[in-house]
Each structure stands twice: as C-alpha cells, then as structure tokens.
Design a protein around this ligand. Structure first.
Ligand code: UDP
Length: 496
C-alpha cells in the first residue's frame, strides 16, 4: 500500500497543470488565446481550448500545427446554439453578426455553453487546474467553482487600458456626463489621461448589454487573477497600478503573438489568408527595407465607402509604398469600381491591396515594412510593437482611443491621424472623419527623414527588442508563464 501511495504521489506531482481556455469568439479575443494555448503547451502545460465547429475551421492551420508539433492542446468543439437564440445557423463569431442589436443574443448563446462545457469536463480523466476565460464569459465562474479551481480572466486589453476601464467602472465616471464631447479624467491614473465621453470604453450602449456587463464585472471581481497580453518593460507603471487598485494578481505573459515564429503559423493565424502568402512575401521582398506602410483596421471596424476612397487617395498622394487591407465586410461596389477605375493602375508599382483576411503578423514583421497605420486594437498595436515599427493611430471604438494615448503620449512611437468623431461598433461611419490630407500628413510625419521621425523609429525599434527579450528564457513574461503553470499545477496536485 505504501508503494502504491508513493506511486500515486509521483503521478500527481508529474501531472501537468491543465488549463481550460474559453475565448470570446471574436477574432481580437480568440487569436491571442490561441497564442496563449501554444505558449502554455510549450512551457509544459496541458490545454483544453474551447471552440465551436465554425471557429475550429478558421483555426484549422493551428490545429494541424499543434498536432504536428506534439503540443498537448485539445480542441473542444461544442455545438453553438445559434438558432435557439435567434441567430442565423452558423453564426458563431461576433464578426458575423449582421447588427449589434444581436450582440445580446450572441452573448446569451455563449452562456448556454456552460452546461455542455461542464459536462465535458466532468467526463475527463484529468480535472481542470484552472479556467482562463474571456472577461465576457461571466458564466465560467460557475464552472471554476464546481471544480474548486481558480478562474483567471483575460480581457484582451493592455495594462494601461485595463486600468482606465477599471477606474471608469469603479467610479462610474460616465454616469453624470451628459455631453458626448465633455472631457472625462481618470482619478488616480499614474499619468494624465483625459478622453471625451464618446471615446471612453463602454460609452456605447448596446441593447440588452447592461445586465451582462453587470454580471461580467461581478464575476471579474470574484476571479483569482488577470492574465494580460503585455510585458513589464512596456508599461510597468500601469500594470503595477492595476494590480494595486484591483488587489488581483496580474500575470503578464506577452507579447503572445511572438509564439508564431515560422511562416506557416504566421500565415494561418486567425483565419486562412485571402491572398497567396508566397506572392505577398515576394512583393515585400521586392521593396526597400523600411519603405512600406501597412494599413489595416482589424476584424470588427467597418469603414464607409467614401472614407475608404479618401484613405486610398491619401495613400496615393503620400507617394510611399503600401499594403492596404480591405476587409470582406468593407467591400462596396462603388469602392471596387473606384479602385478598378484607375486607382490600382496608378499605384501598381508600389501598392498592394489585400481583400479579406491578411496574414498580418507575417507582413508586419517583414523588414520592408516601416510603418503601421492601425485602428489601435490591442493585438494589432502589440504586433506593431513587436515589429519595432512606428504607428499611425486611427482608433474607431472600444478601448482603441485609450491605446492611442499609450502609443502617442507614453511610448511616443506613433502619430495620430487625427480622427474626428467616433465610429460606433456595428455602425458604418456615415461621414469622412479623416481626409486625404490628414492621411498624407500623417504618413509623411511618420516616414520622413526628420529628427522627430528618426527618434520615433529608434524608440519603436527599442521596444521591439524588449518585446522579444520578454519571451525568451529568463525574460519577464517567460518567467511569468512558468510561475503561472507552476502555481496552478501545485493547486491541482494538492487537490488530487
Ligand atoms: N488580423 C489578421 N488579418 C486581418 C485582420 C486582422 O491577421 O486581415 C488579426 C490581427 O493580426 C490581430 C487580430 O486579427 O491579431 C485583430 O485584433 P485587434 O485587437 O487588433 O482588433 P479587433 O479585430 O479586435 O478590432
């Protein structure tokens, strides 16, 4: 019996920590969690990655890669109850919602995954060691409690924006601000931060979302910690302050995108690229180092036809080389007509247009790219930081305006394009908020030979180096991942 016990103990101590990852099915939230799955598995953890059939087909490349590389990641495909919640069959990702009025239906359908997920986990030989779930999946708190394990939240934000959002909710900052253009300041923020009400995260009211937001915050406050896709050397002041005010343990484990090091995983990240990668690389190879501006506004923002034309005209008059991603959702007959009616011909030697899903990381990290015009989604921003390139900031909604302040005021690695107004998520912007001249001016401020631009490029390069150091052996995020796995694994071993 003593021998058997010793054997059992040995088994338990060897048992790998088992992380259950539950991403929000929206590209900007799912993609970093796929990276997280790879990182955790490479550092020795076992991972169950929760997904649905449609979303699994988007990450088919990753699933193949994980199998080929022998990573201990299990992809748990749960049926998504779209029809039961008034969504079209197969509508399994936030970027497929026809209107933001359906967002609540989508969130309710996600919450209905609670019982199927719990049932799946009950059947597994190894119980979870912890649940790491998107902050919007408040219902995963119940699952963690059922198994008696910690729930860690992942919000997809950087430390800077996490802190701003926390203060905003804690102090109910928007409650008494009537005017959308009134400036809101953030008491206790370590450096000055002011945004108009319209530009504050959470200022947009989505039908039926208030109740869900309340549950999200309550469950967040009950969580055992927060996982952040960032690294200490980028924004330590804000990460520490966030940890202090929330009293939560914060694990910075990024930039997680850096786990994509070979061209296959880079190219297949998030979805299948709509353009042949080899062709894209060939085009980039033919350009001078640091000469290309990459223009992309993420997966959710929608750009109005006249705004697309204005952007194209600005790129044309900048006289710089560019890659411009026009999303599937931004395809308009009038824009296609305008592109075909001379524009593409005029810029054919220096402009590449990608229609649909672009292999963003592969492009950004190519040596020919010298600038990134971004909507400031946190993933894109961080991918730009890793690329070591300066940015032109063009925020649309959510916490993108906060990220713009981090890039422009704190990191000093970017210039504003000067967006007027705010684009509402799920609404096409109706007017031109950035003119051709704004685009041209921002491109030249970023790419010109002057001292200010050179200094910005140098700072960006330095952050790129620090980003890479964070994830190699001995780096801050590398150590944090090991500590996280160790801590969760120890709990699991104590409870088995
Ligand atoms: N992305 C991509 N190809 C595209 C558009 C987006 O690979 O054509 C990736 C991008 O690299 C990033 C994510 O999708 O990892 C978008 O996340 P982000 O937080 O930047 O913005 P969101 O889409 O959530 O607004």
């Amino acid at each position: 019996a003593a021998l058997a016990l010793a054997h059992d103990l040995e088994d338990a101590s060897e048992r790998k920590a088992h992380f259950v990852l539950v991403p929000l099915m929206a590209q900007g939230h799912t993609i970093p969690m796929t990276d997280m799955a790879c990182l955790l598995a490479r550092h020795g953890a076992r991972v169950s990655f929760v997904t649905t059939p449609l979303n699994a087909s988007r990450i088919a490349g990753l699933i193949d890669h994980a199998a080929a590389a022998g990573l201990a990641i299990r992809f748990v495909r749960l049926r998504f109850p779209a029809a039961e919640f008034g969504l079209p069959e197969g509508c399994e990702n936030a970027d497929m919602l026809q209107s933001r009025d359906l967002f609540k239906n989508f969130m309710d359908a996600c919450a209905a995954l609670r019982e199927p997920l719990a049932a799946y986990l009950r059947e597994q030989e190894q119980p979870p060691s912890c649940v790491v779930s998107d902050m919007s999946h408040w219902w995963t708190g119940d699952i963690a409690r059922e198994f008696g394990v910690p729930r860690l939240t992942f919000n997809g934000f950087c430390g800077f924006a996490s802190l701003a959002r926390y203060i905003m909710v804690r102090d109910n900052l928007l409650e008494h601000v009537e005017d959308e253009n009134e400036l809101v300041s953030f008491p206790g923020f370590p450096t000055p931060l002011e945004l108009t009400k319209a530009r504050c995260p959470g200022s947009v009211s989505v039908p039926g979302l208030d109740q869900i937001r309340k549950k999200m915050y309550e469950e967040e406050m009950r969580s055992s910690g927060v996982v952040i896709n960032s690294f200490q050397e980028l924004e330590a002041l804000y990460i520490e302050s966030f940890e202090q005010v929330t009293g939560k343990k914060v694990w910075t484990v990024g930039p997680m995108c850096l786990c994509n090091q070979d061209s296959n995983t880079m190219a297949a990240r998030g979805n299948k690229a709509s353009m042949d990668e080899a062709q894209c690389l060939q085009w980039l190879d033919s350009m001078d180092p640091g000469s290309v501006i990459f223009v992309s506004f993420g997966s959710m923002a929608r750009t109005a036809p006249q705004q697309l034309v204005e952007l194209g005209l600005g790129l044309e008059s900048s006289n710089r080389a560019f890659i411009w991603v026009i999303k599937a959702g931004d395809k308009f007959p009038e824009v296609e007509g305008w592109l075909a009616d001379g524009f593409e011909e005029r810029v054919k030697d220096r402009g590449l247009i990608i229609r649909g899903w672009a292999p963003q990381v592969m492009i950004l990290w190519h040596r020919s790219v010298g600038g990134f015009m971004t909507h400031c989604g946190w993933n894109s921003t961080l991918e730009g930081v890793c690329a070591g390139v300066p940015m032109i900031t063009w925020p649309h909604f959510a916490e993108q305006f906060v990220n713009e302040r981090l890039v422009v005021d704190v990191l000093k690695t970017g210039v504003e394009v000067g967006v007027k107004g705010v684009t509402q998520w799920g609404h096409e912007q109706e007017e031109v908020t950035v003119t051709k001249d704004d685009v041209e001016a921002a491109v030249s401020r970023l790419m010109d030979e002057g001292e200010a631009a050179e200094e910005m490029r140098m700072r960006a390069r330095e952050f790129g180096v620090k980003a890479r150091k964070a994830l190699v052996e001995g780096g801050s995020s590398y150590n944090n991942i090991n500590l996280l796995i160790h801590e969760m694994g120890n709990r699991a071993n104590v409870s088995t």
